[in-house]
Design a protein around this ligand. Sequence first.
Ligand SMILES: NC(=O)c1ccc[n+]([C@@H]2O[C@H](COP(=O)([O-])OP(=O)(O)OC[C@H]3O[C@@H](n4cnc5c(N)ncnc54)[C@H](O)[C@@H]3O)[C@@H](O)[C@H]2O)c1
Ligand SMILES: O=P(O)(O)OC[C@H](O)CO
Length: 320
Amino acid sequence: MAKVFADAGSDVTIHARRPEVVAEINVRHQNAQYLPDVVLPDRLRATADPVEALAGARHVVLSIPAQALRANLAAWAPHIEPDAVVVSSMKGVETYSGLRMSEVIHQVTGIPCERIAVLSGPNLAREIAAGQPAASLIACPDETAAAALQKACHTPYFRPYKGTDVAGCELGGAIKNVIALAVGLAAGLGMGDNARTLLVTRGLAETARLGQAMGADPLTFSGLAGAGDLIATCSSPLSRNRTFGEHLGQGMSVEEATTATGQTAEGVKSCRAILDLSRVHGVEMPITEVVAAVIDGTTSVPDAAAALMSRTPKPERYST
Ligand SMILES: NC(=O)c1ccc[n+]([C@@H]2O[C@H](COP(=O)([O-])OP(=O)(O)OC[C@H]3O[C@@H](n4cnc5c(N)ncnc54)[C@H](O)[C@@H]3O)[C@@H](O)[C@H]2O)c1
Ligand SMILES: O=P(O)(O)OC[C@H](O)CO
């Protein structure tokens, strides 16, 4: 996303923790570990100092693993400019609190919801960094802030839409990771396209059910941040969540799959928090339930698949 904002015409400062990554970005215009073969724009600079990164920033895009947000943000918050708009591109739900990322941002910083936006959609990072076409949804209660953000990241290859359904935008992004884990599990077991489509379709139904119960607009789940991201993530070998599930389906332990995947697969930690939310809101989420059980080690992958298939037959419903 730093590259997208720079390509759209902004001067962008990215905060990296490791000095060698800062030097690589500033001197060689590369981040070879994450984006091999991608040349980063000149107007994208890096710093190891978060205070320097935040100074004068009109938009602050937060993009770290969801469970690491609270602690990091507490340190950064005093340095966020008073009129800055804070943007979350994170697709997770905080464990224990069950809060969405925008809610964590509001709680930790005290920034009003009108200045907190969410960016989510079918946005596999490597494709976007390669300049391949993609679109996304920016959700913010303040439409003027959403429009300014839309302008700040609109490029010939990246098309942002805007809306106000923050909860729907965030839940679509977080729950699709859990469904992608399920799709990966099925692929790892050798199941075919019928099984994948079954999980995607019914996964979308359980996403919409929880979203509606939590105040989201059910139509958001038909859009980029819902069905769009779900389809992209569940289809792509670039997805870390799908890959993680595939490793588990092939017989790896959670620890082995974590090492083999190498980067954050948000669904692994968020699935339990999402399941807890479903119970609080009295919503059935059978796919999320079996994924959480597999991750927790309370059921085996074959038993999880059998449990889904042996559920009592019922009418097909798309929402509550
Ligand atoms: N990669 C994608 O294709 C993509 C696309 C859309 C949204 N997202 C979302 O963006 C968020 C970040 O994803 P990512 O792919 O960049 O993840 P990542 O695992 O690549 O980590 C992102 C950055 O966070 C840093 N980081 C890791 N642990 C940290 C910690 N404890 N404290 C501070 N920094 C830490 C890493 O060094 C890295 O620079 C996730 O919520 C993900 O769902 C990712
Ligand atoms: O690699 P994943 O599974 O985290 O998915 C990346 C993006 O969220 C796809 O939109």
